[in-house]
Write a protein that binds this ligand. Structure first.
Ligand SMILES: [Zn+2]
Length: 434
């Protein structure tokens, strides 16, 4: 059955169950019920199983649920969960926003989030970078935000260029989508620029560039357009063999605040730590602006966001204030060091399937910022971490468990930086703090 597309045109679009075909209504209802049952059974938030069942009944369910909503998709390797949370808060100025706030960022998660939210005029969805092209086709978004592309695991290194190619092809098929893209990431700039416009100094009218102060550059020394070397000087970068270069960003970060395209500066007071999150806030404001939200109205809402799917959550344990930071790849380790206070720090590393089995990426991370802090290590691959810290000249102490770490530090703050499954383990120990 063809899906009637109601493109958002600045008015509040209305989406009601009544407009959906019967199969989609049944699928949507089954999806909601399954998710609720799964939650009741204590198996997480149920969004994956609910969405999976819904899509089994109606493979077009995501498209049906998207019709009539004004949607923003947020994708990239790092920062997408937090940016999605902040952008949903910002777009909330206009009305109710559906969002996949638990990080279930594949089509099953999107389906479930939209079914659960019922009819909302807006949706802000985090999208796994591998699924962006597919989700663009299904949801016909108003805005797509491209945050960055860096390798997530060593064994996936080649995928960065391939992913940029897929993004670029998907956006070229939908030239009416507004794109909010990171000017500091050559891969993203290339992906956001239509293949026809060879001169990247001319920004296509539907692209808005932001600069969020990206630190990680090691994945983009080779130009995706021509294969020549990319040179950097300060914040500028340019290809030595073709016109690809850093575009002038319209949204920037400056001195704990965000500068909008008119040059106005807004103080951004967040409950989330680090400069990285001020950058995420700039991106969120740029996304919301595409819906007509003024930064002035959105900024106070960003300050209400406390934790994001357990990240940055603080809990008190035996007189220690424990804060959890997730670091899943070299780029996000650097960000975590920036977010962490100068305090005793526990590092935990696993190398199970979701983490990637190879830990040699540890040698791409400079742990020197941790010198002078009390550093504790744990996790399945603590030994690999020990070798790395030894070579990096960072003294450390091994602990077997999280509880042992808590007892090993004086009362006060304990920062915990962990990779994916290690983070989940510690969260489970803390009774799923949120
Ligand atoms: Zn080039």
């Amino acid at each position: 059955m063809p899906i009637s597309r109601v493109r958002w045109s600045g008015n509040l679009a209305r989406v009601t169950d009544a407009k959906m075909p019967l199969r989609a209504k049944v699928a949507s209802s089954v999806s909601r019920t399954a998710a609720a049952l799964s939650r009741a059974a204590g198996r997480g938030d149920g969004s994956v199983i609910g969405g999976w069942l819904g899509l089994k009944i109606d493979p077009e369910l995501l498209a049906h649920l998207s019709a009539g909503r004004a949607i923003a998709l947020i994708s990239g390797t790092n920062g997408k969960t937090t940016t999605t949370r902040l952008a949903a808060a910002a777009v909330g100025v206009l009305g109710r926003v559906a969002t996949n706030s638990f990080g279930a960022n594949m089509p099953t998660g999107h389906t479930s989030a939209l079914a659960k939210a019922g009819s909302t005029p807006y949706a802000v969805l985090e999208v796994d970078e591998h699924y962006l092209a597919q989700v663009i086709e299904a949801t016909d978004p108003h805005v797509v935000a491209l945050l960055n592309l860096s390798r997530d695991q060593l064994d996936r290194a080649k995928e960065v260029a391939m992913m940029a190619q897929l993004w670029r092809a998907a956006l070229a098929r939908h030239p009416d989508i507004r794109v909010v893209a990171n000017a500091d990431d050559p891969m993203v700039v290339w992906a956001a620029t239509p293949p026809a416009s060879h001169d990247q100094r001319i920004t296509p009218p539907h692209v808005t560039w932001f600069s969020a102060g990206q630190r990680w550059h090691d994945d983009s020394w080779v130009c995706p357009e021509c294969g020549s070397t990319i040179q950097r000087s300060g914040e500028q970068w340019w290809c030595t063999g073709c016109p690809l270069r850093r575009p002038e960003p319209q949204w920037t970060v400056d001195d704990e605040g965000v500068v909008d395209p008119t040059g106005a500066w807004y103080k951004v007071k967040l409950q989330l730590p680090g400069k990285v999150n001020v950058g995420n806030a700039a991106t969120a404001l740029a996304v919301a602006a595409e819906f007509g939200v003024r930064p002035f109205d959105a900024v106070p809402r960003l300050g209400d966001v406390t934790s994001v799917a357990g990240r940055y959550a603080q809990v008190v344990r035996e007189g220690r204030t424990v804060r959890l930071l997730l670091a899943k790849n070299p780029a996000s380790w650097l960000e975590a060091f920036d977010m962490a206070d100068e305090a005793p720090t526990l590092l935990s590393i696993n190398a199970r399937d979701p983490d990637g089995l190879d830990t040699s990426w540890l040698f791409d991370v400079d742990f020197a910022p941790l010198r002078g802090r009390l550093v504790l290590i744990t996790g399945d691959r603590a030994y690999d971490l020990a070798v790395r810290l030894e070579i990096n000249d960072v003294p450390f102490q091994y602990v077997r468990t999280f509880d042992e770490a808590v007892r090993a530090v004086p009362p006060g703050r304990l920062e915990v930086i962990a990779n994916y499954t290690a983070f989940q383990d510690i969260r489970a120990e803390l009774d799923r703090v949120n």
